[in-house]
Every structure is written in structure tokens, then in C-alpha cells.
Design a protein around this ligand. Structure first.
Ligand code: ATP
Ligand code: MG
Length: 720
């Protein structure tokens, strides 16, 4: 049998893992050392050489994209399709099992999956039916509680209130929620995993069937499995199914979602005789990138410790750019991207990474202005995010009371006790009288509704009227600010525990920033708010590249896990942003942030830019910030500062030197970060200055012409 294609381009350690006899294996190795590659080749090896049937393999990966990629790679190694191979995410595989065995799982044939939003709505309805005060028992907290229990494999009956009345109530609500789901045949995400686990645990025959069917279990990104996922794997493995897990403790970044890196140790206890393979050669990155990443992660104390090396070239230094502000940062990135593309590279080979979602807005704007197609990966573009649309709907309704779509979107968001039936009666009235929902609401409240519903509706109408009358005296960003606060949207999301709620709050505040920096172009033809709203609508609908189009990849550091790109930008590298403010004081939180930074750096194959802004307008506030401590943890020898922070400019700006020539006047007015317009090159931002008088030169980053040095006295720059 010709096994060369499968063993081709594997090093000795990788080959050892791929061809190992059937025994529990754990491959613990650093980024880019070929773990995923080993997993793919192991599958192909088992099928092709060991004669294992594809349907005897079960492979678990972290995302659907990774699963599809893995299947494709196995098929191309084997030169044939492997349809019967089960490969997917934990949720996907659990779902598949439950569909097959709905009866044994105690579910109706047509059970429905509910997402996080559905789940929350359901909890709210439940509280209302039970007449429980939802300001005291916050729906999002209940949701968090329920999911956290399920992730640990716990049903209400397993929980003890420890004499704590709060906890007792939470458990009671969990129980009530469970009953509602049971009656409605509803299954939430956490339930998928828990049910699939119970299915096997409580049906010995079924478990035995799958243990006979599957002989090998392949798991990628093992460091990020949570308790119920691990329990599920362990149950299936039993004493006969051979587990093969690959992971990297240094890349454990989902602790906040219940992932437990300790499973790496647990695995070796649960499967005695586990062979641990270490891969130490990195094939992804240049030596410079790799050494920088190694130096950074060495600052973490709780790690297994690995030695990662490469025989590749040193490559380019890591370039650190100190931007004047967030716009300058975006301009800089866009400029470098343009060079990249002009040199014939693929846009898709470039990724811009950021710590938090809200950062994407300014970057998106820069890319859009420059006409560079991009895709926000693993998330929605800024103006398409639900909370942003909510806030905009308030502005829209203030601007136009007859905007029915906006009316419907926010009439009960945040919840104000206006139920589906009330809204239905408004719709009926609007249909019968051919009027907008706004007018219908007033009429229905006065004539048809009971006192409670009528009050809720009237106070909503009043809220909007009040926003409208206040708006006259406010500028755009203040109006946005009022919309998110007076509507109570911000508190509504603030109550949401965990990253998701926090992200939504950050996004809302970022919308205020967007209002502050919005530059109107059509002030004569429409109001500023209307122009801003059209801008938002257009941005939401367009610009996102088509699936097939070659485009720059934007994503959070979290969603970049497992991926690799020749060119990477890590943006917003400032203390407070990354590491995130909330983690700075907590040593283990800081270590998790550092692992995330390690993930970011090690996505890079060739060229890495790290950027930070000295001033940043984010979440509606202007802040000056310090470069991320992680930058200082990278040894100087691997770093090149792109903009030497010259002080000349400050001298240039000294007010003592008044003169009359146009150039010198301009000199006096110039500051770094200032926006200027040039007759030929268009708009740009001043990055740098040097020299004096007739010799004074400025470096300007033009939006479409790139970065240029210009002699001030000839350039005829208009200040903007
Ligand atoms: P991560 O920790 O980021 O998930 P990983 O350990 O899974 O990384 P892979 O993605 O499997 O690493 O491999 C990184 C890169 O190195 C890929 O482009 C892969 O094709 C390449 N690679 C791995 N092993 C070899 C090898 N022996 N020869 C050539 N290229 C290799
Ligand atoms: Mg991988």
C-alpha cells in the first residue's frame, strides 16, 4: 500500500503520532506546530492504512468552518469522499444524536432548537406568568445561571440551595424553565450537550451501540472543552473507544465560558497509559514571530511549558506603530493593506484582529472609504448588530413617527409590558384605518386596551415625544446618548452577565462615538440625524464582500483561533483594551489575556503589525492610553518602531514664532493627527513633521494616495 501521501511532509514526532497504535494519545504542542494537521493525517492514516471504516471515526472541532475544512483535507489526502465520517462541533454532533434518538432522549419528534435570544424571551414570559418581579429576578441573570448549571451537567434536582433563599429561587426558576421547555419540546444550546450526555448515560444499550460503532475519537482544540463536553467524550470512550486529543494549554481562551484547561491532566488520569506527544517545531511563522510569542507567553506562570522552534528564516521584524488616534490607526492599516494588495497579494491573506467587537467600526469605515472589500468574520458588521439597530430604531422613530418597522422593533424593547396581543390590536387598527402603528397606538390605548396595557403604551409614546422635543437642543452624539439612556436600552444590556452583554454595552457607547465623529456631507438637504441614519443603513447593507470575493478578514482575537495568515494586524494594543480593563487586576484573568495575545501573534506567518493609539475615542469617550504591557513583553530585538516619536512637531507648534507667509501660518496650526486636504492627493492625516521654516516637511497619510512626505511651503495643504 502506498502510504507516502499521508506521511509526506510530517516530521518524526508528527509521524509518530499519526501512525501510533490504537492507544489513548494526547498531543500537547504550541501554536503552528501541526496539531490540526496531525489530526487530519491521523484520520486518513486510520482509514487508508489501518483499514478503519470512515464511519468508525468521530472527529470534534471547534467551529463549523474548521469541521468543513477538516473533512475537505481528509478527502483530498485520501482522494475520495468520506461521507460517513462523523465530524462536527460538540453542539452539531449532539444535535445529530438527539434527532436520531429523540424518543430515548425524551424529546418529541419535532423538537425545536432555541437560540440565546429565544431562551431569554422564554424566561421573561415565564416570569410574567408566575407573576415574578423581573427587576428583582433579572431574566439575563437567570439565563446565565441556568446555562452555567447545564454546562456543569447539573439539573435542578442536583442542586442544593445551601439555605440561601436567593439560590433557592434561582433553582425553582430553573425547574420551572425546564418544565416549559419540556412541554413545548424546546431545546436550548446548553441543553443539546446535556441531553446528549444523559442519552448515553441512561441508555446502556445505545451507548454500547455507539461504542461498537466508533473505534476512534479525534478531538481538536482540546484545551477549550467544558465540563459537560468532557464528560460526554469520556462516556463514549469507555474502555474501548480510543481517544486522540490535540491541544495547547497556552491557547486556552474560553475559561469565561466554562472551558477547563485542567482536562489535559484529567485526560491522563482517566485514560491510564496515555501516550503524550510533544511537537516542538513550528511551521507557520518566521523565527522572529515565534521567538516574540515565546517570550511573551513565558510571562505566564501556570503553564505546562513547551519549547517551540523553527528552522525557518528570521523574517521581518514586528512593526509597532504608535498612532495618534484611532482614525490614524485605521488610516495606517489601510495604507499598508493597499501596499500589500498593490504588490499582487491576496486580500484574504491579510487579517485585522482586535480584542473587542466595537473596535471594528473605525476600521470598517477606513476600509470602506478606501474601497477595500472586507468581511467581518464570526460576527456581524457594526451597523448590523442587534443592539445598534435597536438604538437606531429609536432615532428613526423620533425622526419619523410613521416608521412602522422601527416602531415594532422597539415598542417592547427593552421590555415594558407591551405584549404580543396589544401589538396585534394596534396592527389591526392600523390596517382598518390605513394609518401608521404610531397613530394606531394612540387610538387603541384610549379606546380598546385595559388600563395597564394602555398605560404602558402611552408612556412609550410619551417617551418618544420627549426625546423628539429634547433633540432640538442637542447635537447628534447627544441625541444618540439620550436614545440609548432614556430608552433604558443600556441598562437592559448591562444586566446581561458575561462578555455578551458587555459587548453590547460597548457597542452602544461606540455608537455615541460614531455620532461625534460623523462628518456630514449633505447638511443642506437633510437633517444631520437623518443623514447619519442613511449612512448607517447603507453601511449595514453594503460593503460586506460577497462570499466568493477576495477580501480582507476582520475578526476578534478569539475567533482567530486555529487560523493563519501571511499578514496580520493586531490593532488597539492598549492597556485597558488589551489586556481588557476587567482582567488587569486579576492575575489569572491577565494570564488568560496573555494567552489570547499569544494566539493573536501566532496567527502570523510572515508580517505582523502591532498598532496602538495614543488617544482613542471608544465607547463614546476620549481617552489617552498607554501601550499594552504585552508590547513591552516582546524583546526589543524583535521589534521595529515605525514612527520614531519625534518631538520636532511640538517645537514647530510653539506659539512664539508668528510669521506671515501662508506656509508658516500653516506650520503653526499643524498638529499630528490633524486632517488635511491636498489638491491632488485628497484627504489625509498628518503623521509626522520635521525641519523648520522653508524646510519644514510633513508626512501625510492620504486616504487614497498612501503615505507621502511633503514640503510644507509647496504643499498648499488645507487644514480641515
Ligand atoms: P494552532 O495551535 O494555531 O491550531 P496547529 O498546531 O494546529 O496550530 P497547524 O494549523 O496544523 O498547526 O499547522 C500550522 C501550519 O504548518 C500549517 O500551514 C501546516 O500546513 C504547516 N505544517 C505543519 N506541519 C508541517 C510539516 N511537517 N511540514 C510542512 N508544513 C507543516
Ligand atoms: Mg490547530
Amino acid at each position: 500500500m502506498d502510504v507516502t501521501p499521508i506521511l509526506e511532509s510530517l516530521n518524526d514526532a508528527q509521524r509518530q503520532a499519526v501512525t501510533a497504535p490504537a492507544q489513548p494519545m494526547l498531543v500537547i504542542a504550541g501554536a503552528g506546530s501541526g496539531k490540526t494537521r496531525v489530526l487530519v493525517h491521523r484520520a486518513a492514516w486510520l482509514i487508508d492504512v489501518e483499514g478503519v471504516s470512515p464511519q468508525s471515526l468521530l472527529a470534534v472541532t471547534f467551529t463549523n468552518k474548521a469541521a468543513a475544512e477538516m473533512r475537505g483535507r481528509i478527502e483530498s489526502l485520501l482522494g475520495m469522499p468520506v461521507n460517513h465520517l462523523w465530524i462536527g462541533t460538540f453542539h452539531g454532533l449532539a444535535h445529530r444524536l438527539l434527532r436520531r434518538h429523540w424518543r430515548e432522549a425524551g424529546l418529541p419528534l419535532n423538537f425545536q432548537i432555541i437560540d440565546a435570544d429565544d431562551q431569554l424571551r422564554l424566561i421573561k414570559r415565564l416570569l410574567k406568568n408566575l407573576e415574578i418581579d423581573d427587576s428583582r429576578w433579572v431574566p439575563r441573570e437567570i439565563q446565565y445561571f441556568i446555562n452555567a448549571q447545564k454546562d456543569e451537567g447539573l439539573r435542578p434536582k442536583h442542586l442544593d440551595d445551601d439555605g440561601d433563599p436567593n439560590r433557592r429561587q434561582m433553582i425553582a426558576l430553573y425547574k420551572a424553565y425546564e418544565e416549559v421547555c419540556e412541554r413545548g419540546g424546546l431545546v436550548d444550546f446548553a441543553e443539546l450537550l446535556l441531553r446528549a450526555h444523559e442519552l448515553w448515560r441512561d441508555n446502556a444499550e445505545l451507548l454500547a451501540h455507539y461504542q461498537r460503532r466508533f473505534s476512534h475519537l479525534l478531538i481538536d482544540e482540546f484545551q477549550d472543552t467544558n465540563a459537560i463536553q468532557y464528560a460526554w467524550l469520556r462516556l463514549l470512550a469507555g474502555k474501548t473507544v480510543v481517544p486522540f486529543a490535540v491541544g495547547d494549554d497556552d491557547q486556552s481562551i474560553y475559561r469565561w465560558r466554562g472551558a477547563r484547561v485542567e482536562h489535559i491532566h484529567q485526560f491522563q488520569k482517566d485514560f491510564p497509559g496515555t501516550v503524550v506527544v510533544k511537537l516542538e517545531q513550528n511551521y507557520r511563522s518566521t523565527a522572529t514571530i515565534l521567538k516574540a510569542a515565546n517570550a511573551l507567553i513565558a510571562n505566564n506562570h501556570s503553564r505546562i511549558g513547551k519549547n517551540l522552534w523553527t528552522d525557518g528564516v528570521d523574517g521581518e521584524l514586528i512593526k509597532v506603530y504608535a498612532a495618534y488616534n484611532e482614525r490614524d490607526e485605521a488610516d495606517f492599516i489601510v495604507g499598508r493593506l493597499r501596499d500589500w494588495i498593490d504588490h499582487g497579494n491576496l486580500r484574504a491573506d491579510a487579517a485585522i484582529l482586535y480584542r473587542s467587537n466595537a473596535q471594528s467600526r473605525v476600521l470598517e469605515e477606513g476600509l470602506m472609504n478606501a474601497g477595500i472589500p472586507y468581511r467581518v468574520y464570526g460576527g456581524l458588521r457594526f451597523f448590523e448588530r442587534a443592539e445598534i439597530k435597536d438604538a437606531l430604531a429609536y432615532l428613526r422613530l423620533v425622526s419619523n413617527r410613521d416608521d412602522d418597522a422601527s416602531f415594532e422593533r422597539i415598542i417592547n424593547r427593552p421590555t415594558r409590558g407591551i405584549g404580543a396581543r396589544t401589538v396585534e390590536s394596534m396592527r389591526a387598527y392600523a390596517r382598518a384605518n390605513n394609518c401608521s402603528l404610531w397613530r394606531a397606538a394612540g387610538a387603541v390605548a384610549n379606546d380598546e386596551l385595559n388600563a395597564r396595557a394602555a398605560n404602558a403604551v402611552l408612556s412609550f409614546l410619551h417617551l418618544i415625544e420627549k426625546m423628539a422635543s429634547d433633540a432640538a437642543d442637542l447635537d447628534l452624539s447627544q441625541q444618540i446618548d439620550v436614545a440609548i439612556h432614556a430608552s433604558d436600552l443600556i441598562n437592559f444590556f448591562r444586566k446581561d452577565k458575561g462578555e455578551k452583554g458587555e459587548t453590547r454595552v460597548e457597542n452602544l457607547l461606540e455608537l455615541v462615538s460614531a455620532g461625534k465623529s460623523f462628518e456630514p456631507g449633505l447638511a443642506d438637504e437633510m437633517s444631520l440625524v437623518d443623514e447619519f441614519l442613511s449612512h448607517a443603513a447603507l453601511e449595514a447593507g453594503e460593503g460586506q464582500a460577497d462570499a466568493w470575493e477576495d477580501c480582507v478578514q476582520l475578526m476578534t482575537m478569539h475567533s482567530a483561533k486555529g487560523l493563519e495568515f501571511p499578514l496580520v494586524f493586531m490593532s488597539g494594543m492598549e492597556d485597558g483594551l488589551f489586556p481588557h480593563q476587567r482582567s488587569i487586576a486579576d492575575p489569572s484573568g491577565l494570564e488568560e489575556e496573555r494567552r489570547l495575545c499569544y494566539v493573536g501573534i501566532t496567527r502570523t506567518m510572515q508580517t505582523l503589525y502591532i498598532t496602538y493609539a495614543e488617544q482613542r475615542r471608544l465607547h463614546g469617550m476620549d481617552k489617552s492610553s498607554q501601550p499594552s504591557r504585552f508590547i513591552a513583553e516582546i524583546p526589543d530585538e524583535f521589534v521595529e518602531e515605525i514612527r520614531p516619536r519625534v518631538q520636532v512637531s511640538r517645537r514647530l507648534l510653539s506659539p512664539g514664532r508668528r510669521a506671515t507667509s501662508k506656509a508658516t501660518e500653516a506650520e503653526l496650526g499643524i498638529r499630528l493627527g490633524q486632517r488635511v486636504r491636498h489638491g491632488k492627493f485628497g484627504d489625509g492625516v498628518i503623521l509626522n513633521c520635521e525641519g523648520q521654516g522653508a524646510h519644514a516637511r510633513v508626512e501625510v497619510n492620504f486616504e487614497s494616495a498612501g503615505t507621502k512626505w511633503l514640503v510644507l511651503s509647496y504643499a498648499n495643504l488645507d487644514l480641515m
